[in-house]
Design a protein around this ligand. Structure first.
Ligand code: FPP
Length: 261
């Protein structure tokens, strides 16, 4: 983990009253932070704007969140951008989101290069529009040799579908004699998920105050600490991120045992 302390201090200057960089232990920053970005629509509606304006504003929050994660020394950031259920939204909104994913990714490639961020995707990309898929592939190719933070974008992601897909693949391999049912354990199962090779999230942040998982990383969140904030996603910034990290560091993580912090 590489962290530039001078850059970080400058980034976190002008602190509000309730939080500052000194409130977190930089030696215990969560390794994998995952975020359910929620509240774009409400943010826009509260301002008399179209929902799409909320998504556009959400892009700015996401950019800041990627930067904050890199500055704090987080190893992996994953975000829930589009669920398998989000296809039910009005076609206009779905189109806008698909377009936004592609254009944002292209626009942010220089940031990923500058910050050595490696991109990956979680979800079934085969159902996405061809243009979106092509840009995603470009993002993967362009960042493949980066070895800094991993940025995982969950698009057309649903945790139940992910688990069923893993089960089906394992069952097929057993039926084909490639492995035995006795080979199936937690590690093997994890390696069949979209998150293969990533550590489980240490901290899950959900914005907009909703207390549900919405079919997100059901397997991977088994021992994750949750932080729910009423802040709507377009208002989420480096300070709210710091509050989440402070809250995380105040938890006693026992992983089912009785000791450890
Ligand atoms: C939730 O708000 C947000 C989404 C479904 C889309 C997330 C997309 C972005 C943050 C845009 C940028 C993303 C990328 C990857 C470029 P909502 O629409 O569910 O809000 P509501 O609950 O208030 O209606």
């Amino acid at each position: 983990m590489r962290r530039d302390l001078d850059k970080l201090a400058a980034y976190y200057a002008d602190a509000p009253d309730d939080i500052s960089l000194a409130d977190v232990d930089l030696g215990r920053v969560p390794g994998h932070v995952s975020i359910i970005m929620d509240g774009n629509g409400r943010w826009a509606q509260a301002r008399g704007l179209d929902r799409s304006e909320g998504h556009v504003a959400g892009v700015d929050s996401l950019r800041e969140t990627v930067t904050t994660s890199v500055r704090l020394g987080v190893d992996a950031l994953s975000v829930y951008a589009f669920s398998t259920e989000n296809w039910k939204r009005p076609q206009k909104e779905v189109n806008l989101l698909m377009h936004l994913f592609a254009t944002t990714l292209l626009k942010e490639l220089p940031l990923f290069h500058q910050e050595n961020v490696r991109l990956r995707f979680l979800g079934d990309l085969t159902q996405l529009p061809a243009e979106t898929r092509a840009v995603f592939q470009e993002g993967l190719d362009e960042t493949a040799d980066h070895d800094g933070m991993t940025f995982a974008l969950a698009v057309n992601y649903g945790s139940r579908a992910e688990i069923v897909r893993a089960c089906r693949g394992i069952a097929q391999d057993v039926a084909a004699g490639k492995m035995s049912a006795d080979d199936v354990d937690e590690e093997l199962f994890s390696s069949r998920l979209y998150t293969a090779g990533m550590r489980d999230p240490d901290l899950l942040i959900r914005t907009s105050g909703e207390l549900r998982l919405s079919n997100y990383l059901l397997w991977q969140l088994a021992y994750t600490e949750f932080y729910v904030t009423d802040t709507l996603w377009p208002d989420f910034d480096r300070w709210e991120y710091l509050r989440a990290v402070r809250s995380f560091q105040g938890r006693n993580r026992r992983f089912g045992g009785v000791t450890g912090k």
